[in-house]
Design a protein around this ligand. Structure first.
Ligand code: IVH
Length: 706
């Protein structure tokens, strides 16, 4: 084994450049040798603590001598600078949490768990309660106990590879100790403490750099640094609280698993408790809230999680959030300021949203100068006027809102606000109030210009390029607005024709002639667009921006139709009013009348059709995953009748839907399978009359492998 370098004890910033270079090389060699011993020969020669010490020393030197960072160990351990981050597909998606705001919400949450699992009144539901850290989530993949990859959450399915940066965070062990599963993804929150945040902003100020609005932005900016030396110089911290892919779990409870994390050397939050009633949850919430200001880091609520892992598994997910957890948020923070103007914004679907322009004010650490007033009815309810003093509030990521007008502070000569009757776009199109299918008048006023309205067009393009849709790198709202104004991009297909048009002989509107577009940035932009020319069906459907078709609906549609050709054909048939096609779409889980109506309207419009056709002609569309179709009940219609003894109805339904089946309430010719328990009556008879297969609960569990 190599000897420890002689200069090891000198603080890195006191090393001479040549000394630093020599020591850096020695350290790289030591680390490489240790890696080889550990992995290649399975015979570690130094302790984990020593190993971590070497890495930290190397990283400290790289902070003091950033040029050395660029030399790295051929990508193996070195902190090499990169152009941009590689993408990492999460093997287990990184989900979000549903929110609770009141004690009633919390009681309802626990109530839903009880009823889903069919628990008796006496049976306690134990939950963990812990602070919700206001940072950014990170997934750390350990193989053989060694950190091999760190990835940001991204859109939950795909994040960014920030391994090199994560390695510079002292809280994150390079190696875990103890009985660690062969593969284990630890998930948790990266954050910045209050004192470190203040010091960082002071440094930024001195250097004439931009200050960060809050610790979370600072943490995010620090982790997503292309130069790892910068990350290393920011004292990021980490708390572990969840997991992704795991070869096995170290315990059968949430609490036990997080405790095991602590035993492996990961930092865990000391305020995690087990609670066995709504009252104890609320008491712990109150205790944490009371400590909030003195914790030294930002938290924005308390997270409750069902402790038993087998229950977590049974409860599963709705959309992107687990049924077994909720974030009990702290009340929104408020501040007072004056309204300087009221602007109208036009959204993607033409909805007119009034926005209050405020005298800038700090609300919970963030400077706010815009707040939503929601709609015309809300303005009327508040009777808010330009010049009024108002209370604004913000909670977490939510857009700040105006909550009330401060009485007695209204200046003289104000006038009640009159909501515009025409769209602020050049077309001055009429603004309509809609009525829902049930005949209720909506509070939303909408511009009827659709794709003719430049505001809607541009919002469509923004949605199209957004992170969860086409996610074109370097093609944010600003760039879209620029291309739109210059008339270079009017609709999605234009994005994919940009390069061909730009390079066409005789084109006088070359990008390179615009300020801010250098050769490299143009090349990068074209490469980013090319990278998205191949797109998954579900992303494409979501990107189309059809009303009511969010991500979950897009996914359901994609999984059901499988290919673009099939989806497109079905939509055309729906648009033509074909009953069969509508019924087929209606049979898809989570899809109902409003979605079908929106699809009918969208595809029924020739203008939209042409836009979609031109777009599809530019793309290579990847069929949706058929994973679900492999289940024995995928695509089948199942009816549950009689009593179930091993699970509740809700649970049975959720299980069936997870496996791609549709659950119906009554037996008809369309039913494929009836699961009958004791006490089944008319439905069982109907099934036998129609010759439909009937099985009991055990048969069902055997069929679906439960
Ligand atoms: S659990 C499947 N626990 O909150 C549930 N999340 O709003 C996984 N967060 O993306 C999350 N503190 O970034 C969990 N103690 C905590 C948390 C926490 C902060 C963040 C996390 C997540 C977001 C959801």
């Amino acid at each position: 084994m190599l000897k420890r370098p002689a200069t090891f004890a000198t603080p890195p910033d006191r090393l001479l450049p040549l000394e630093a270079q020599i020591e850096h090389e020695e350290l790289m060699a030591l680390i490489a040798a240790a890696d080889e011993a550990y992995h290649g020969r399975d015979a570690p020669e130094i302790s984990d603590a020593e190993y971590d010490g070497l890495r930290r020393r190397m990283e400290a030197i790289e902070v003091a001598f950033p040029l050395l960072a660029a030399r790295g160990l051929a990508g193996k351990v070195g902190s090499r600078a990169q152009d941009k981050f590689a993408k990492v597909r999460h093997r287990v998606p990184m989900l979000s949490l549903a929110n609770s705001f009141t004690a009633t919400d919390v009681a309802d949450f626990v109530g839903r768990i009880r009823s889903f699992l069919g628990l008796g009144a006496e049976e306690p539901v134990v939950l963990t309660a812990e602070p919700k850290i206001d940072g950014l989530s990170l997934s750390l993949r350990y193989e053989g106990g060694r950190l091999v990859q760190a990835a940001t959450r991204g859109d939950g399915e795909e994040g960014e590879d920030v391994t090199t940066n994560a390695r510079t965070i002292a809280d994150i062990p390079q190696r875990l100790g103890g009985d660690v599963p062969a593969v284990f993804e630890v998930r948790g929150e990266v954050y910045l403490g209050h004192a470190d945040f203040a010091a960082l902003n002071a440094r930024q100020r001195e250097a004439g750099d931009k200050e960060f609005a809050n610790p979370r932005n600072a943490a995010a900016g620090s982790l997503r640094q292309l130069d790892p030396a910068i990350t290393a110089a920011r004292p990021l911290r980490f708390f572990a609280y969840a997991w992704g892919e795991a070869e096995r779990l170290p315990a059968a409870s949430q609490f036990g698993i997080v405790e095991a994390f602590g035993g492996w050397g990961l930092p865990i939050n000391p305020l995690m408790r087990r609670c066995d009633s709504v009252e104890t949850l609320l008491a712990h919430y109150a205790a944490i809230e009371a400590m909030r200001a003195s914790l030294g880091y930002d938290i924005d609520g308390v997270v409750y999680k069902v402790d038993r892992i087998d229950w977590q598994q049974r409860l599963g997910f709705v959309g992107r959030a687990p049924r077994w957890a909720t974030a009990h948020k702290f009340p929104a923070e408020k501040a007072m300021t004056r309204i300087e103007a009221i602007d109208i914004q036009v959204g993607r679907t033409g909805a007119l949203t009034p926005v209050a322009k405020l005298s800038p004010v700090t609300v919970g650490g963030v400077v706010v100068s815009n707040a939503t007033l929601h709609n015309a009815d809300e303005i009327a309810r508040l009777d808010v006027r330009i010049g009024d003093m108002v209370v604004v509030q913000r909670a977490g990521d939510v857009i700040p809102q105006v909550v009330e007008v401060v009485a007695g502070q209204r200046p003289a000569n104000t006038e009640a606000y009159v909501f515009p009757h025409v769209c602020p776009c050049d077309l001055k199109t009429d603004v309509m109030k809609e009525t829902t299918a049930a005949g209720v008048e909506s509070v939303v006023r909408r511009c009827t210009g659709e794709f003719a309205c430049p505001f809607q067009r541009i919002e469509h393009l923004k949605h199209f390029c957004s992170r969860r849709a086409f996610d074109i790198e370097g093609f944010g709202d600003k760039q879209i607005a620029f291309f739109f104004e210059k008339g270079l991009i009017r609709e999605p297909a234009d994005i994919f024709a940009l390069q061909t048009r730009d390079e066409a002989p005789g084109n006088l509107q070359r990008l390179q002639n615009y300020e801010g577009f250098g050769e490299v940035s143009i090349r990068n932009l074209f490469a980013a667009i090319e990278a998205r020319r191949t797109i998954g069906l579900e992303r494409l459907i979501f990107a189309l921006g059809i009303r009511h078709v969010g991500e979950t609906t897009a996914k359901m549609l994609a999984r059901n139709y499988g290919s673009w050709v099939a989806f497109d054909a079905a939509c055309m048939r729906v648009a033509a009013g074909e009953a069969d096609a509508m019924l087929e779409m209606d049979a898809i889980d989570q899809i109902g009348e409003s979605v079908i109506e929106a699809i009918r309207a969208y595809f029924g419009e020739d203008h939209n059709r042409a836009i979609v056709d031109r777009l599809a002609a530019q793309l290579t569309i990847v069929d949706a995953e058929k994973a679900v179709a492999e289940s024995p009940v995928a695509g089948k219609t199942v009816v549950f009748t009689g009593a179930l003894e091993k699970m509740t109805r809700d649970e049975a339904k959720a299980m069936a839907e997870r496996l791609g089946a549709k659950v119906a309430g009554s037996v008809s010719k369309k039913t494929d399978l009836v699961v009958a328990g004791p006490g089944a009556g008319s439905k069982l008879k109907a099934a036998s009359d129609l010759g439909i297969e009937v099985i009991d609960e055990d048969g069902w569990l055997a069929l679906v492998g439960g």
